[in-house]
Design a protein around this ligand. Structure first.
Ligand SMILES: CC(C)(COP(=O)(O)OP(=O)(O)OC[C@H]1O[C@@H](n2cnc3c(N)ncnc32)[C@H](O)[C@@H]1OP(=O)(O)O)[C@@H](O)C(=O)NCCC(=O)NCCS
Length: 175
């Protein structure tokens, strides 16, 4: 990430400049909801900024991956990451609830760098166990997540949903 770009944790007194990542719901969440989510401990938001503007943001919350959320073949693959005696019906995870990069900064690898930052954060600095990063990916962002090592939890998009659940295995970052 460039020198003049920093990541700050959202606080109640943060002053927003404008933000547009091209997805109205994601813009609206940052500008109008993120502080309320923080207040109610529903998610923590981090802002990527320069002195001049907001480059992007992401929000994260605790999550889990359970056998009910995936198809059989994927669940078998997930279980096989662990030794047999550690096989369970669910595993702890962190969910990227929202992620957006300003239109002015897209396709400069920043989204990928932020995903790497999140992965490292939950491998090295986490205070509780966390095996996976999860996301409900918009169809337009599936290629981006695949490019960054995320895999679908389901072979097909659920009919009632516009997003596809995906996961990244954090153990791949451990030597
Ligand atoms: C999706 C998003 C976060 C990606 O961030 P970014 O900084 O533009 O992405 P990167 O530059 O790191 O992309 C790396 C690679 O991912 C892939 N990629 C990125 N955006 C993509 C897209 N929209 N469709 C398909 N592949 C994509 C490409 O392979 C890209 O490499 P390339 O530029 O050399 O072709 C950003 O475009 C965005 O905020 N979009 C609008 C909001 C959104 O969809 N958020 C995700 C919600 S689930």
């Amino acid at each position: 990430m460039e020198d003049n770009i920093r990541i700050v944790r959202l606080t109640q007194d943060y002053h927003f400049s404008s933000f547009d990542c091209g997805e109205g719901d994601l813009n609206d969440f940052l500008l109008n909801d993120a502080k309320n989510y923080l207040k109610h401990l529903l998610s923590v938001t981090y802002i990527i900024e320069t002195d001049q503007d907001i480059v992007g943001y992401f929000s994260v919350s605790n999550d889990r991956i359970s056998f009910e959320d995936s198809d059989k073949a994927t669940w078998r693959k997930i279980k096989n990451i662990f030794p047999h005696r550690k096989h369970r019906k669910d595993y702890p995870a962190v969910k990227i609830g929202r992620l957006g990069i300003s239109k002015n900064y897209q396709r400069h690898n920043l989204g990928s760098e932020i995903l790497y930052f999140i992965k490292r954060l939950f491998v090295t600095n986490n205070r509780t166990g966390c095996c996976f990063v999860t996301v409900d990916a918009l169809p337009s962002a599936i290629g981006f997540y695949q490019h960054n090592g995320f895999r679908p939890l389901l072979k097909e998009k659920p009919v009632e949903s516009v997003t596809i659940p995906m996961y990244f295995d954090l153990s791949t970052l451990i030597d």
